[in-house]
Design a protein around this ligand. Sequence first.
Ligand SMILES: NC(=O)c1ccc[n+]([C@@H]2O[C@H](COP(=O)([O-])OP(=O)(O)OC[C@H]3O[C@@H](n4cnc5c(N)ncnc54)[C@H](OP(=O)(O)O)[C@@H]3O)[C@@H](O)[C@H]2O)c1
Length: 284
Amino acid sequence: MSEHHFLSLLTGSFSTPSDDNPTVAMVEAAYRHHGINARYINCDVKKDNLADAIRGAKAMEWIGFNCSMPHKVAVIDHLDGLAESAAIIGAVNCVVIADGKLTGHNTDGQGFLTSLQSVTDPKDKRITLLGAGGAARAIAVELALAGATHIGIVNRDQSRGESLAKLISEKTKAKADFIPWTSGYRVPETTDVLVNATSIGLGDAEALPDIDTGSLRKGMIVADVIFNPPRTHLLRKAEEQGAVTLDGLGMLVNQGRVGIKLWTGKDVEASVMHATLATLFGVA
Ligand SMILES: NC(=O)c1ccc[n+]([C@@H]2O[C@H](COP(=O)([O-])OP(=O)(O)OC[C@H]3O[C@@H](n4cnc5c(N)ncnc54)[C@H](OP(=O)(O)O)[C@@H]3O)[C@@H](O)[C@H]2O)c1
């Protein structure tokens, strides 16, 4: 009888560009830490090669993969089914392969939700969301499905903001409004959770969304999707005002944890993944 374990479970990521994607480091750190005999391979897959890459993954019996730019919508054509939130969001960033069938999930919003749940339950909460792009869409849908009552969507581009508000109101039990982003926007006093889901702050610790930071207050939760650098200007201002803060590293780590759970069924610890990313980003 063979006692060898030379065949690893295979997971990975399909995107392009892919060299700056840190997910491989954090997922493999979790696999090593928990002694899971699995690999995560970061693959540069160009737009026209997605179908072949997926065929390859199936042929090699991968258990799943993440997909990022530019494949999050295109991948849906290659799947056999979608999880509820992925179907509403209309984008997939995590695919599970089981018994030759591919199911699409969206772990962006779930990663955010898990991070938020470490400080509060979104049920019956009022959310103010800055942004209406891919991350904002995933977060809004997941918070709505988790029972948030109202989501105010503040966005620069009107049509993107309105279409997200419409999606939430039509496809979930939550109510949503589009709020045009005027300079020095005052966050409503009734807001329980403010989320920056724009790209403002990415690679720039001084960039700040154009809001009145005096409207942030004690008792409010302020979350940022930006993970590099994680201590954003917005979070520093929010701390000064006495708000509870959540950084984008938490969202990223939890997104990885949700993916690993979907693929392997195993719950992995956040700490080792968090430490790996913090070291990479020089914030350890
Ligand atoms: N922590 C994590 O795990 C995680 C996961 C996913 C994404 N992210 C981060 O989330 C950020 C957004 O990603 P995405 O995929 O949603 O991007 P996206 O689809 O391009 O959306 C970008 C959003 O930011 C807004 N925006 C950009 N610059 C702005 C400015 N100067 N003023 C006002 N609004 C501005 C855009 O507004 P308009 O609609 O008006 O253009 C849009 O709402 C990225 O930085 C990404 O790294 C983090």
